[in-house]
Ligand binder design. Sequence first.
Ligand code: MGD
Ligand code: MGD
Ligand code: SF4
Ligand code: MO
Length: 709
Amino acid sequence: MPTTHRRACHLCEAICGLVIETEGEQILSIKGDKDDPLSRGHICPKAVALRDIHEDPDRLRQPVKKVIGDSGETRWETLSWDEALDTAAAALVRTIGEHGVHAVGVYAGNPSVHNYGMITHAGNLFRHIRTNNRFSATSVDQLPHHLAAYWLYGHKVLFAVPDIDRTQYFLMLGANPLASNGSLWTVPDVKKRIKALQARGGKLVVVDPRRTETAELASEHFFITPGSDALLLLALLNTLFSEGLVDLGHLAPFTTGLAEVEQAIAGFTPEFAAPHTGIEADAIRRLARELSAAEAGICYGRMGCSTQRYGALCQWLIQLINIATGNLDKPGGSLFATPAVDTVATSGPGGFNRHQSRVRGLPEFDRELPAAAMAEEITTPGEGQIRALFTGAGNPVLSTPNGAQLDAALEQLDFMVSLDPYINETTRHADIILPPTSPLEHDHYDLTFHLLAVRNTTRYNPPLFDKPEGALHDWEIFSELGKRVAAGLGQDAQEAVPPEQIVDMGLRAGPWQERGLSLAELKNNPSGIDLGPLQSQLPERLMTPDKQIRCDAAAPLADLARLHAEFADAGQQANGDGTPLRLIGRRHVRSNNSWMHNYRRLVKGRDRCTLLMHPDDMAARAIADGSSVQVRSRVGELAVTVEASDSMMPGVVSLPHGYGHNRQGIRMDIAEAHAGVSCNDLTDDQYLDELCGNAAVNGVPVEVSAAAP
Ligand SMILES: Nc1nc2c(c(=O)[nH]1)N[C@H]1C(S)=C(S)[C@@H](COP(=O)(O)OP(=O)(O)OC[C@H]3O[C@@H](n4cnc5c(=O)[nH]c(N)nc54)[C@H](O)[C@@H]3O)O[C@H]1N2
Ligand SMILES: Nc1nc2c(c(=O)[nH]1)N[C@H]1C(S)=C(S)[C@@H](COP(=O)(O)OP(=O)(O)OC[C@H]3O[C@@H](n4cnc5c(=O)[nH]c(N)nc54)[C@H](O)[C@@H]3O)O[C@H]1N2
Ligand code: SF4
Ligand SMILES: [Mo]
């Protein structure tokens, strides 16, 4: 007899509801759940890969340790959980004893936020390893958003969510939700929502160096020179000020510091922006007027505006534009969600630059250092050098800039332990790998993405399968390892309660407690509970001590000088003759960062790890479509197949990240057969947003030439 399960997909931020049929251990089908009030039945091709992940023979089911054979060959041997955890804890404790706590490094990857037990229980380990050398995917991603939220609203995760379902005007920069399904913006079935916006007479404007799938759908698309968005955003804001279009509306009584901003940005006119961005001054003025005239409008920017040299300025300016047009906290503008378990209330506000990285002096944010500094912190001798590393749900060798350098650095470690289901480009360097249960063997509650969702909803996701005998969930591994490290250090360990109990408490104490929410109530509503559209809630929701929106944060204001200095030479066009090409990334709906290339159904079809290049740029270099080209940057060089595409802005080339599965000793058969090359062998650990240390994986200068025959 088949059993029907209802569960949200955890693979990306869209958290689509699914209906999954199983019989015994077999998964029979995976479909969209029409009763999910957020996703309304939508799914993408990755949903079916949940089955492939669960069944993947390459997915580790037991801890493994690396053994070097007599002739130097590497073998992986399974070992018991007790032996694996005891050995890992002993090595961490030994490192701390001999070299101090900063000698242990930690890297947490993206799936950590898609797996609630990792959020609730990582502290069970990390509270015993209070190292300065903490890193995560945040600094190759959304760090600028945290900073903007922290500066303006007083809390690192108080993110305003684009209210696409009620807006009339949407200005989108550096995001491709048709491929990504939305980011810092939980918006399942974004395509339908964009079409609905257009059907009611609204407009979507996309600004992107590539005419993406989203740009194709847009009402208007502008190419922009990579890395120049801050100039465009400043020119928009400048126009709002100079044309008297600033209208704070209901925000006025609790908004401070906008006059200081007006003064500081006076020189950043549309005429200043035009030659560098490639967007004409008149068009910039028109965009500012359209946005301010719209009944409700949105300015939103994502990866292309974050992982570039002025990411923090960009994200701060985007919020300022939403504030200046009175579109923050307004239906149809950008509003704060009201999640049933409120992580804003239960986490600290964050903090910036309270300590710096040892070698390069890069600033911390929320007790983490920029991932671009990880390799040098491992290889540079001295007090505080990283000698042992814990990675959890991360693949920084493929995901962080100058991955090849990190790849080599990991070899120098005394000890490495990885919490991960695969032997991949990063974990192959580990001494011990601790694999968690499959996603379908544990429950899930989205602590992260309800906070970013276009509608307030809540749902609990029970496991489909019992966990196999002896297996451990991620949260249990954190707790068990934490317990052993604590014992070794003579500290008290935290008693581990299951994450569902933490969620139950969060629901009962949360903003919807009057609705009687509890875990039991959610279990009675397996497709989720609708809590309605996003609501205005300022100034109460602000986390600044004085309940004011603070527009005049010193750090971004000071950073304007760096921006101005770079672009002040008006004669120098960013992509004029003789300047290098600019490398940007690309996402595809059938892929997800570095770890979803091992599933046959997702990798089938044509090679997707290709370099897109404008035909004029190819002609200028005598490069033939479909040929192999050499791509060179300051740090690396690789060969890849080129595809001619007039969807590219001239002067810009695009290569997806997350490939490069051709390294020795990984155990992911299908991925190895579709290896591709790693874009992050070209991106540069020194090419950063200097304000915050976020990696600039977009806009990297590269040279491309025809490969020698
Ligand atoms: N299918 C799929 N979905 C995913 C992922 C995935 O790998 N695959 N990854 C998930 C993750 S971790 C994230 S963070 C999100 C990311 O979600 P998005 O940010 O929506 O996705 P990207 O495709 O990275 O979009 C960035 C866009 O910025 C453009 N761009 C590059 N440089 C610049 C620039 O300087 N200025 C401007 N204006 N644009 C620029 C690129 O051409 C690209 O279209 O996607 C998530 N969803
Ligand atoms: N050039 C370039 N580089 C980029 C980007 C880009 O656009 N361009 N995007 C950046 C972005 S947005 C991100 S988020 C990062 C991602 O960077 P990372 O988070 O470092 O890399 P992922 O590819 O997400 O790797 C996820 C790892 O987690 C493991 N994993 C999957 N599920 C689980 C689980 O449930 N538990 C555990 N313990 N492990 C699990 C996988 O096996 C894999 O090893 O990459 C960044 N790097
Ligand atoms: S869009 Fe696809 S990967 Fe993302 S949650 Fe929905 S089904 Fe899963
Ligand atoms: Mo990301």
